[in-house]
Every structure is written in C-alpha cells, then in structure tokens.
Unconditional design. Structure first.
Length: 77
C-alpha cells in the first residue's frame, strides 16, 4: 500500500467518523436522561479526537514527499 492509498483510507475513515458524530449529536439533542447525555458527550469527544487525528494523518501521508511540506511535530520521531 502506498502513502497515497493510505491517505485515501484515512479520509474514508474520517468521513465515517464525521457521520457518526453527527448521529450522536442529533441523539444528544433529543435525550433528556442526564447519564445518557454524559455518555454521549464523552463518546462525541473521543470520536472528535479520532476525527482530527485521521484528518491530520491523511494530510501527512498525502504530502509526505512534498519538498515544501512542514510535517506536524506531533507525528515525527
């Protein structure tokens, strides 16, 4: 698998995460139960972190070999 193919996979996962976050936000708006609201908010927070990282990694793998690209220090050794 090439880095461009891996980038496409990260973008695909990011879009799936975005859909799930939207579903959970709709459910959160309709829910009155405080325990369930806390659980949904925690899940949304975790998925939002995963979404951000998937997007960052998609850009990193897509532009890895570009000369002028400055890599995110978070993903360098």
């Amino acid at each position: 698998m090439t880095l461009l193919e891996l980038s496409a996979e990260y973008r695909s996962h990011a879009s799936a995460l975005q859909v799930r976050i939207c579903q959970l936000r709709c459910r959160l708006e309709d829910t009155q139960d405080t325990d369930l609201r806390c659980q949904l908010a925690d899940r949304i927070r975790m998925l939002s972190t995963m979404l951000r990282e998937a997007r960052e990694l998609a850009v990193l793998t897509e532009r890895y070999y570009d000369r002028g690209y400055r890599r995110n220090a978070k993903y360098t050794i």
